[in-house]
Design a protein around this ligand. Structure first.
Ligand code: NAG
Ligand code: NAG
Ligand code: NAG
Length: 408
């Protein structure tokens, strides 16, 4: 009779059991953290919406930021048009107030749905609305219907806000102190309120800071032409209508360049890469500055332009549309010269624009030549003024600015 060969090698049962226990004991400590990680990953996967592309760094933040800015931009356009038609009465409240609160509610709601633990620094807070139920309801109606109409983004931006009171709580979540630690979003729901009122340039701005550095920026400019090559004039977008071909969405991710795309309802339009114009001849440069003399010293900027040999008149426009315009090569230089020793720029007025210009090949500093520091709170407390220009000529512009302003 042949013997069963397996019998020859059979280990005593006691030895086998202890061997197994030993192996398990060695593995468990290294497996436990991994298991926790896998489990938490699975949990977050099941609660966050699926995105088409998850390939590059910050791709999810970029997509959500653009969709949120696009939706908020649509709300501001509706406010503007309903005001001019008389549907929203000018006596009830300023259209700026309505647009500001409504756009901020939509953006914060989209951010909280996707990134519940991130902090938010936003311009508005809801105290005024709590004391004014008719105004609250008017804004709520706009917010509700704008979300309802934006079906294409619904899955990504969340099911919307429950009711008017929930909207107030959402608006108040933009109260972070900012700072140099962690993830902080900055929102300017309507940048350039005077431009908005006159039907000129204004912008809906959103940026993500991580440990004080801008990582993602998106700017919706409903009244800028879609065409990146459209010449920059002071009355660009004046008397804007909703005609096709109006409204552009700029965006950038750190290290990944800047893009522009048409601002439209629904899914994002195809984007195009943008870059600043190579400036070979200073006499041919165009520079932008604020419309408001109180925001930037216009007589000093004229002296600076003259010393640089710039022959064209400055283009005055409101809002971060200036950053977008030079980033796509429609203009070359943006100067913001301090008008007061004590005024501190707000981080939401510059964060998105700073990144978009730098990713398009520009350099952005204050008048001392320091990078803008977004990690010191809700304002740019350590900076004074802004100089944005193509990298190749920035130091030349800076030295003339310092000469004229007497900065050292
Ligand atoms: C915009 O409207 C104002 C007042 O009606 C007019 O003076 C101005 O020329 C218009 N601008 C453009 C670019 O159409
Ligand atoms: C000056 O600007 C015009 C229009 O932007 C351009 O066509 C021309 O080539 C520029 N000239 C120089 C010398 O850069
Ligand atoms: C602009 O600068 C000039 C000269 O430096 C100064 O006299 C003027 O008061 C400044 N204007 C504003 C609005 O700050």
């Amino acid at each position: 009779m042949p013997r069963d060969p397996s019998h020859k090698f059979r280990l005593p049962p006691l030895l086998l059991t202890s061997l197994l226990i030993l192996i398990l004991a060695a593995f468990i400590p290294s497996i436990t953290p991994r298991l926790t990680l896998i489990l938490s990953h699975l949990r977050s996967q099941s609660t966050t919406p699926k995105l088409a592309k998850m390939t590059s760094l910050y791709s999810r933040e970029l997509e959500i930021a653009q969709l949120a800015v696009q939706r908020a931009s649509i709300l501001t356009k509706r406010v503007f048009h309903e005001t001019s038609k008389g549907t929203v009465s000018k006596d009830d409240a300023s259209p700026v107030t309505i647009g500001d609160f409504g756009a901020q509610a939509l953006i914060i709601s989209a951010l909280k749905h996707n990134f519940p633990h991130d902090e938010i620094v936003a311009e508005e807070e809801a105290t005024e609305l709590r004391a004014n139920p008719p105004l609250r309801d008017q804004i709520w109606e706009l917010v509700r219907t704008t979300s309802l109409d934006d079906v294409a983004a619904e899955g990504l931006l969340g099911g919307g806000i429950k009711d008017a009171d929930a909207m107030l709580d959402i608006i108040d979540q933009g109260n972070s102190k900012g700072g140099k630690v962690g993830r902080v979003w900055t929102i300017d729901p309507i940048d350039g309120t005077k431009g908005f009122l006159r039907g000129g340039q204004y912008a809906v701005c959103l940026a993500l800071l991580e440990d004080g550095d801008v990582k993602v920026g998106a700017i919706g400019c409903p009244n800028l032409p879609v065409d990146d090559a459209a010449p920059l004039t002071a009355d660009i977008g004046a008397n804007a209508t909703d005609d096709e071909g109006r409204g552009v969405l700029f965006s950038a991710v750190i290290g990944q360049g800047a893009t522009s795309r048409p601002l439209k309802a629904g899914a994002l339009a195809e984007g195009r890469s943008i870059s600043m114009k190579p400036l070979t001849d200073m006499s041919n440069a165009s520079f932008c500055e604020s419309v408001e003399a109180g925001h930037s010293n216009q007589s000093e900027s004229a002296q600076i332009a003259q010393k640089l040999g710039i022959t064209k008149q400055s283009v005055r426009m409101d809002s971060q549309a200036k950053y977008g315009s030079i980033a796509r090569g429609a203009g070359d230089i943006y100067l913001r010269l301090p008008t007061s020793k004590t005024y501190q720029e707000k981080i939401w007025d510059h964060a998105a624009g700073d990144l978009i210009v730098r990713e398009a090949g520009g350099q952005v500093t204050d008048i001392k030549g320091n990078r803008l520091n977004f990690g010191v709170g809700r304002t740019l407390a350590t900076n004074s003024g802004v100089i944005a220009a193509p990298k190749a000529v920035h130091s030349q512009v800076l030295s003339v600015v310092q000469e004229v302003l007497g900065v050292k």
